[in-house]
Design a protein around this ligand. Structure first.
Ligand code: SF4
Ligand code: SF4
Length: 460
């Protein structure tokens, strides 16, 4: 039995068949602003791994060396807490922005929308023409002209997918790595595999899956309803003003002339006049489409507009609600914590570890020694030289085969040191090692000196 119009989504036809959409391209103040914003975002994301900030790629996640470069900030594996701050601020920003502005992420910043609406559909329109022409071309038998157009479109999509995949892989192996991988794919087998897989996924998305990502695959579209409330901003049709629909000259009709332009431009194929729907990605196309009609009719713009359910019903806009205040407070707390952690961040980190093997040996002079390893992480942009000495206990000694330990910028050095103590004494003695370095650095690190167990009283 065929489903009623309201019981199904526009891209699913009889028997579950995919209905291909041919959304009409519309330009207006919102679509223009959104496109410019998307391109700016796209440009930042695309150039970040290729430009240097502070001697490193602006953004790079160097997993083998356990370094993360974020616009001049270098994070080491020991800085995982900073990543937690960043992750926490991302999550709560999504919460806050969704509660306030609804699905603004989907329409303005999501890579799927930016790539599809800002690059892929314009390329398609350039090669195959406007929607009516594309529809005819798809239905037409294969001819040389159709093969040429489809081939050219696929080649253009492949260039875009390849450029995006190259950039994504460059985020992890750097630009030198990506050049090496492209010159010799077997030199970076994992990166090459990711590049091929990502390009294939993007081609699948660009050529076929498209709006289905938002409708069936994206989890954010599903859980955003719990983050929104009746006061969250959304794109909605003003039923009170638009209904009943009718001819422009009908004195009893509302402002909607039922031209369906808002439906024709919708990339997910929905009719916004049926109310707020999960498939709506807040792309603003229907606002501009309807505004163009209102302009022609000499009526006020905004029959479809950014508003909220409550604002439509009561005329009241309520920005400050408990959930908004709560999310904002959490974000401020995370931001303060992040700023404090960055301010207190040590440019050098020191640690003492014990290599495997004998915990102690007896020196020729009868004293005991423990071989330890001093680990120094230099997080600065200049090389630093360090020296180590014993701060405690009294009578403890230290011998460093490398007396002046130099660690390069953004590098970790590991140096053997010998802790020395008289043979008489407890089995375990806490040692405090003082490390001094260039730039006035001074820090201490603790280590436990291990001696043989004292001989049992009365023993042989
Ligand atoms: S574009 Fe405006 S006038 Fe036309 S159908 Fe949609 S809401 Fe009605
Ligand atoms: S209903 Fe309007 S805002 Fe929502 S996806 Fe369709 S065109 Fe975009």
């Amino acid at each position: 039995m065929p489903l009623a119009d309201d019981d199904t989504v526009a891209t699913i036809g009889d028997g579950g068949r995919r209905v291909w959409l041919y959304p009409l391209k519309v330009w207006g103040r919102y679509v223009t602003a959104r496109t410019l914003f998307g391109w700016a975002l796209f440009a930042v994301l695309l150039i970040a791994p290729w430009i240097d900030v502070g001697g490193h790629p602006a953004m790079m996640f160097d997993i083998p060396r356990r370094r993360f470069y974020l616009w001049g900030l270098t994070l080491f594996a020991t800085d995982a807490n900073y990543l937690l701050f960043l992750f926490g601020s991302f999550i709560f920003s999504v919460f806050l922005f969704t509660a306030l502005l609804g699905r603004v992420w989907c329409g303005w910043a999501c890579p799927q929308t930016v790539f599809l609406e800002g690059i892929i559909r314009p390329i398609e329109q350039l090669i195959e023409g406007p929607p009516s022409q594309r529809k005819r071309l798809d239905a037409a038998p294969w001819t040389v002209s159709k093969i040429w157009k489809k081939g050219l479109k696929l080649a253009a999509f492949l260039v875009v997918a390849g450029a995006i995949s190259t950039t994504v892989v460059a985020y992890f192996i750097g630009r030198e790595g990506i050049f090496e991988a492209q010159a010799d794919p077997f030199s970076h087998p994992v990166a090459t595999s990711i590049f091929i897989a990502l390009t294939a996924v993007l081609m699948f998305d660009f050529t076929w899956f498209r709006e289905q990502v938002c409708i069936v695959a994206c989890p954010y579209g599903r859980f955003q309803s719990v983050l929104m409330d009746a006061d969250s901003l959304t794109i909605a049709y003003d039923t009170g003003r638009g209904e009943p629909r009718g001819k422009p000259r009908d004195p009893n009709a509302g402002d909607c002339i039922d031209c369906k332009k808002c439906v024709q431009v919708c990339p997910t194929g929905i009719d916004i006049r049926k109310g707020v729907q999960m498939e709506c990605i807040n792309c603003t196309a229907c606002i501009d489409a309807c505004d163009s009609i209102m302009d022609k009719l000499g009526r006020e713009r905004g029959l479809i507009r950014y508003t909220s359910e409550n604002a439509l019903a009561t005329g009241q806009v309520r920005l400050l609600r408990p959930r908004v205040i709560l999310y904002a407070l959490v974000l401020v707390a995370i931001g303060t914590g992040f700023a404090t952690a960055l301010t207190l961040r040590q440019p050098v980190e020191i640690a003492m570890t014990r290599p495997p093997g004998e915990p102690f040996t007896v020196r020729p002079d009868g004293r005991l020694q423990n071989l330890m390893r001093l680990r120094i992480a230099n997080k600065g942009a200049e090389p630093r030289t360090f020296t180590a000495s014993v701060a405690a206990p009294e009578g403890g000694d230290l011998f460093a085969p490398v007396a002046e330990m130099t660690v390069g910028p953004d590098a970790v050095g590991q140096f053997p040191v010998l802790l020395i103590r008289n043979a008489a004494g407890p089995q375990r003695t806490p040692f405090v090692i003082r490390v001094r370095g260039d730039g006035g650095f001074e820090g201490t690190v603790e280590a436990t000196f291990i001696a043989p167990p004292p001989a049992a009283e009365g023993g042989e």
